[in-house]
Design a protein around this ligand. Structure first.
Ligand code: NAP
Length: 309
């Protein structure tokens, strides 16, 4: 059956780029579509310390740029600023729609990652880009000698709060419980930093200011007392939602809209695989995404060999 490509990889983060490298190296005709620029969320991380091979850590942008070069080197075609709007399957052929054009492929690997979650409270939408941010690596340097708040208590919140201490005079972590979810090594660093104050059992209620962020109001979940803090910026790190809207109704999603797969990373649709943060997996890490990208690529290659001449 004729198709434009053997495989289309949707998403250019670590999972997609690794799939691109493996598919290219397997001499599959490979197209990788990325809605922004390749690298994904990992590219906006200042330093990645737990990806093997880099004992001193490596910048997220540098690491993903190397992954992109490696995929290109082995022949994957990468198209950036190409957002996929839908995925359809017709007689075993997969049709991926981009800018009103349908591109056909024998197999598809979905590696669309996830987007940061936000809070629907006053000030969040109004001050986006004026003190409300989702990327400390991108915006941290604007807060030299200023006071910022990080919302969340997971690895991202704590890592980024520590990164912000390089610039800010003070960093509040606003967390809804009395214990951080983040790994012990990060909790230890927070305790040693001297610049981070944790506001425990706290819900951010509103962000105020005249044209830019100037104040946050936080409510204690036990006493319901509200406290105001003078701040210059708020960074949200409260988890993420998967980018799976475009394939809703085609591939099976779990209750949080992550893609369900079998052990070979195949979805309910034969020849359609998922890898990385958009998949219902147990650990969101670059190392995991890379492994899943490799496995999805090898399985896609087998599928194409067995099902098409
Ligand atoms: P996460 O682990 O899901 O943590 C989200 C944090 O935000 C939690 O502390 C959660 O509170 C809080 N939260 C969620 N919804 C909230 C709401 N509506 N209001 C207030 N707070 C809310 O997300 P993540 O930190 O982005 O990490 C995602 C994944 O990537 C995790 O698996 C993480 O381990 C991994 N990661 C790893 C590293 C690393 O290894 N260095 C770095 C970054 C991310 P609760 O704790 O009360 O649930």
């Amino acid at each position: 059956m004729n198709a434009d490509y053997d495989v289309i990889i949707i998403g250019g983060g670590p999972a997609g780029l690794t799939a691109g490298l493996y598919c290219g190296r397997a001499r599959m005709k490979t197209l990788l579509l990325e809605k922004a620029t390749a690298g994904g969320q990992a590219a906006t991380t200042d330093a990645i310390e737990n990806y093997p091979g880099f004992p001193e850590g490596i910048g997220g942008f540098e690491l993903t740029e190397k992954m992109k070069q490696q995929a290109l080197h082995f022949g994957a075609e990468i198209q950036e600023i190409k957002e996929v709007s839908s995925l359809e399957v017709e007689d075993g052929l997969k049709l991926v729609k981009v800018d009103a054009t349908a591109i056909s492929a024998r197999s598809v690997i979905i590696a669309t990652g996830a987007e940061p979650k936000t809070l629907d409270i006053p000030g969040v939408a109004e001050f986006r880009g004026k003190g409300v941010s989702y990327c400390a690596t991108c915006d941290g340097a604007f807060y030299r000698d200023k006071v910022v708040a990080v919302i969340g208590g997971g690895n991202s919140a704590v890592e980024e709060a520590l990164f912000l201490t390089k610039f800010a005079s003070k960093v509040y972590i606003v967390h809804r419980r009395d214990e951080l979810r983040a790994d012990k090594i990060l909790r230890e660093r927070v305790a040693e930093s001297g610049k981070v104050e944790i506001v425990w059992d706290a819900h951010l209620k509103k962000i105020l200011g005249k044209g830019k962020v100037e104040e946050m109001v936080v409510e204690n979940k036990n006493t319901h007392d509200r406290t105001s803090y003078q701040i210059d910026g708020v960074f949200f790190y409260i988890g993420s939602v998967p980018n799976t809207e475009f394939c809703e109704g085609v591939v099976d999603l779990d209750e949080r809209e992550f893609i369900r797969t079998d052990e070979s990373l195949q979805t309910n649709v034969p020849g359609v695989y998922a890898a990385g943060d958009c998949r219902a997996n147990l650990l969101k890490q670059v190392a995991v995404a890379v492994g899943e990208g490799a496995l999805a690529a090898v399985e896609a290659e087998k599928y194409v060999e067995e099902n098409f001449d």
